[in-house]
Write a protein that binds this ligand. Structure first.
Ligand code: B4P
Length: 198
């Protein structure tokens, strides 16, 4: 199985690149941001709680997102692999994911991070805010808050995977197709290694 964690700060392009990767590698896309937004749209209790936090640029509690991912992984037991987009965002989420995959007889193949600086992130998200209607993309202060949450709580997740020898990164600034090519190169090299091991 090919299980990829696509990593990076808010607006790094995780959602954008995930769409392209799922087509090429035939993977199931699991985005906690998308899952939470559909809970909000459906007006569930979970969605109402999550909305308050998301609208303030804060992370949703670990047990909520781990529970959502667990349901989805179980729903797609026969999948060839997953792209985890926007998850894990904290070290406890990463530990929860490892345990969940282990219980299902698989593991994370790699984490690939998109490297983008704070100024570019703010520019991209404000631009998206003009068309997406997403409340968390509407003002600069809120976007900076999300980036700050990322730097304190999410960035350490990279060290967690580096400790397992599974961390890679690519430059996330520039042409979307070029970034996609760089990601594919990393994934293809990993797949070759997986084949050699068989
Ligand atoms: P997410 O939905 O994960 O969203 P994101 O980090 O804002 O965006 P992403 O990196 O996917 O950016 P995209 O490709 O769209 O999170 C939203 C909120 O949900 C969080 O703040 C948090 O509150 C909550 N949440 C989600 N998961 C959680 C978890 N696990 N734990 C706790 N809370 C959680 O790209 C952004 C923009 O840039 C787009 O407009 C795109 O067109 C543009 N773009 C992409 N690539 C580009 C490029 N190369 N050049 C120029 N523009 C580019």
């Amino acid at each position: 199985m090919l299980n990829i964690v696509l990593f990076g700060p808010p607006g790094a392009g995780k959602g954008t690149q995930s769409q392209k990767l799922i087509d090429k590698y035939n993977l199931i896309h699991l985005s906690t941001g998308d899952l939470l937004r559909s809970e909000i749209a459906a007006g569930t209790k979970l969605g109402l709680e999550a909305k308050k936090l998301m609208d303030n640029g804060l992370l949703v509690p670990d047990e909520v997102v781990i529970g959502m991912i667990e349901n989805k992984v179980k729903e797609h037991r026969r999948a060839g692999g997953f792209i985890f987009d926007g998850f894990p965002r904290t070290v406890p989420q990463a530990q929860g994911l490892d345990k969940l995959l282990q219980d299902n007889g698989t593991e994370i193949s790699c984490m690939i991070a998109l490297r983008v600086d704070d100024e570019e992130l703010t520019k991209r998200l404000l631009l998206r805010g003009k068309t997406s209607g997403r409340p968390d993309d509407q003002n600069e202060e809120l976007i900076r808050k999300r980036v700050q949450e990322y730097n304190t709580k999410t960035a350490p997740v990279a060290d967690y995977y580096a400790g397992q020898g599974k961390y890679f990164s690519v430059d996330g600034i520039g042409d979307i197709e070029e970034i996609f090519k760089d990601l594919c190169q990393k994934i293809d090299a990993l797949k070759e290694k997986q084949e050699e091991k068989k």
